[in-house]
Write a new protein. Sequence first.
Length: 489
Amino acid sequence: MNPVVSHSALLRNRAYINGEWVQAHSGQSFAVTNPANGEHLSDVPDMGAEDTRAAIAAAEAAWPAWRAVPAKERAAILRRWFDLMMEHKEDLARLMTAEQGKPLAEARGEVGYGASFVEWFAEEAKRAYGDVIPGHGRDKRILVIKQPIGVVAAITPWNFPIAMITRKVAPALAAGCPVVVKPAEDTPLCALALAVLAEKAGLPAGLVNIVTCSKARAPEVGEELTTNPVVRKVSFTGSTPVGKLLMRQASSTVKKVSLELGGNAPFIVFDDADLDAAVTGLMASKYRNTGQTCVCANRIYVQSSVYDAFVEKLKSAVGNLVVGPGLEGETHQGPLINQAAVDKVERHIADATSNGARVALGGKAHALGGTFFEPTILTDVTQDMLVAREETFGPVAPIFRFETEDQAITMANDSEFGLAAYFYSQNIQRIWHVAESLETGMIGINDGIISTETAPFGGVKESGLGREGSRYGLDEFMELKYLCLGGMR
Ligand SMILES: NC(=O)C1=CN([C@@H]2O[C@H](COP(=O)(O)OP(=O)(O)OC[C@H]3O[C@@H](n4cnc5c(N)ncnc54)[C@H](OP(=O)(O)O)[C@@H]3O)[C@@H](O)[C@H]2O)C=CC1
Ligand SMILES: O=C(O)CCCC(=O)O
């Protein structure tokens, strides 16, 4: 194993419950491997319902003291956690590349991005302001206060093993809530490393608990997290089918739910766009994390008159991408997370080509073997193909053709998903009209990267519920309480 990873004090082989590093009750564990070469990184506990109940009980016990801590003191602990993440940026990034596969430069970027949520919510902790509302009678006064919701369950994916945790845990802690985190089977090591640093930052026991488990046990752990009456909030990032299942389960005790689910982002290039800027934006949006991002451009709509010119420019940019192990050299694109991901990409390409699309570049498994895949461009793609209906979650850019603005809007909105959209145009009237017409929670206008801790991240339609990051992100972990004061003079 890469020595910088194996010697890291952040590399753990125990889960973290109630401030202790523990095995599963069953004594079972599972292996975490590097998707770039299959090397073994660590074994971590394969926990089940009993361990999850222990984590929930620890969180419940820790809650009363934590909610009573003044926001300024909670903020100071979060700030120390942020500082430690930045201090250990390189170690965290190497661990992330080792277990997730993204190029080291992207992993470093994600550590900074993940830490930014901790910094942001350390600041926001002090601004959970209430409200004063004019009373509905002469003797009445109305106040609104915000209170922490209680024990939070956070279920997170493998594609952003740090940022998707801090985007939930930091606002929960800032609001005054304890959290039980269930990371993905593929990437538990970053979650455990975050717990090492949270402990070092002085976070009291029980406030952050990490329950690791294999895919086989995820339904059991998920069921406990979503049905245990002590849990008051479930925050999930992942696929739409699993999100729907968790929402159904959480309804049994009417928990508050935030869901950040699948996307199928349209990326529209109008004939008045700066084509070079559009190519740059698409490269960032499409091929980031080897296309494994819920806000990745998934359907690229290009107006007929600039279609051929755009495809040529894109081909030359994509042709320069270097594929390889993320820990080695100047890599732009790492492996896909696992074989199931490769199978999905291959199925989408086969469906498109058998229905008339053409492979303009790439199109097959990379010569490096394993789960490496060639950055791919498909042309002459139509709305009836799988690539138009489902999120590919891989390095495939399918390019559709459109004639008019109305047609582009209709095609873009023809999806049950509504997370992110992007479009390029230099006409201000068109910009307003298209931005107001697209049915998504976020829009990049002449920009391919929209993620930041300062803006509300989330979707509409079957892409989810609620918003993460920004000042709105704190509210997801708080309840409003209305106080009516009668008998006033
Ligand atoms: N919105 C987004 O950011 C993401 C979207 N996706 C989409 O989903 C597709 C499949 O990816 P996949 O990783 O399988 O996504 P999942 O939705 O299966 O995984 C996300 C998280 O949910 C967990 N999980 C899975 N089943 C359950 C369950 N029954 N109860 C509780 N937790 C559960 C997973 O655990 P475990 O990993 O152990 O199974 C993981 O921690 C991708 O191709 C992509 O289209 C995927 C990841 C992120
Ligand atoms: O794919 C995801 O769900 C993570 C989104 C990453 C981002 O914040 O840009």
